[in-house]
Design a protein around this ligand. Structure first.
Ligand code: CP
Length: 306
């Protein structure tokens, strides 16, 4: 049976651990051996929304494994611009490839593609909903940095309302048994209530603040996100909150030595460039881990063991 990767909600803890274990094996396998793992396999890279890291790291991952890539990086370069439907596009591309990696601004589109297609579908980000491959590489990064994921204290800062990377990672960390989180956001961009209330959600503690300085000394990981202009239905609302927080090197001077600053990237102005030179900056190694984790994902979903 084909296996899709659509949402962290679909994965049990032991399945998440299996991705992490497989990524470790990928990283330990010499490049020459890896290049023999997926010869003849074709990945369709279908990006209806801009991307640098997710698209290029998936493509790099596929080439590293000896496979090939077809695809597009913007919908205007496809027949969608002539009126073709999303599902017709999916049914067409499934005849040309072995696995589909899809980014789309519409929430639920990856799930729709998975229901429609006989191929494995990987969600590379659907609107403000989920970004599971980013979450898996984030978990891999945290585990590499701290040797564990349980017991880590983490603060999420920035756009907690629309950020699919935050939503995905929060769900995953809850599966690891994490019960307390630190949240830093302007009120307009606070975490949606459905994360905090009702049923099991009532057992979590969310410490909310509007200032990064208030959490720096309390956490191991500061996970910063961009305020995403493209997600705001009204540009006036974006103008009200843009630039509302910036992390700089001076703010980190008294931070605990082991504090790691992560960011899914791209950044705009929320992390000053002087942070890059500090020992806390973990976001470029985090992006590098994307190629490793995405090799693991391609192997797993194409049914190749390592
Ligand atoms: N982190 C992430 O999804 O980056 P891109 O939008 O560049 O793919």
């Amino acid at each position: 049976m084909k296996k899709d990767l659509i949402s962290m909600d679909d994965l049990r803890l032991q399945e998440i651990r299996a991705y992490l274990e497989l990524a470790r094996r990928v990283e330990d396998t010499p490049l020459k051996e890896r290049a023999a793992l997926l010869p003849g396999s074709i990945m369709a890279s279908m990006f209806f929304e801009p991307s640098t890291r997710t698209r290029l790291s998936f493509e790099s991952a596929m080439y590293r494994l000896g496979g090939s890539v077809i695809g597009f990086a913007e919908k205007d370069a496809t027949s969608v611009s002539k009126g073709e439907s999303f599902t017709d596009t999916v049914h067409t591309v499934e005849s040309y490839s072995d696995i589909m990696v899809i980014r789309h601004p519409g929430e639920g589109t990856a799930r729709l593609a998975a229901q429609e297609s006989f191929l494995p579908v990987i969600n590379a980000g659907d609107g403000s909903n989920q970004h599971p491959t980013q979450t898996l590489l984030d978990l891999y990064t945290i585990e590499k940095d701290f040797g564990k994921i349980e017991d880590i204290k983490i603060a999420f800062a920035g756009d907690l309302k629309y950020s699919r990377t935050v939503h995905s990672l929060l769900r995953a960390l809850m599966k690891f048994g994490m019960r307390e989180f630190y949240l830093v956001a302007p009120e307009e961009l606070s975490l949606p209530k459905y994360f905090k209330m009702g049923g099991e959600q009532d057992t979590f503690t969310f410490n909310e603040s509007e200032h990064i300085e208030e959490v720096i000394n309390q956490v191991d990981v500061l996970y910063v996100t961009r305020i995403q202009r493209e997600r705001f239905p009204d540009i006036v609302e974006y103008e009200k909150v843009k630039g509302s927080y910036v992390l700089d090197a001076e703010m980190l001077e008294k931070a605990p030595a082991n504090l790691r600053v992560l960011h899914p990237l791209p950044r705009v102005d929320e992390i000053a460039y002087d942070v890059d030179k500090t020992k806390h900056a973990g976001y470029f190694p985090q992006a590098r881990n994307g190629v490793i984790m995405r090799q693991a994902i391609l192997l797993k979903h194409l049914g190749v063991s390592l």
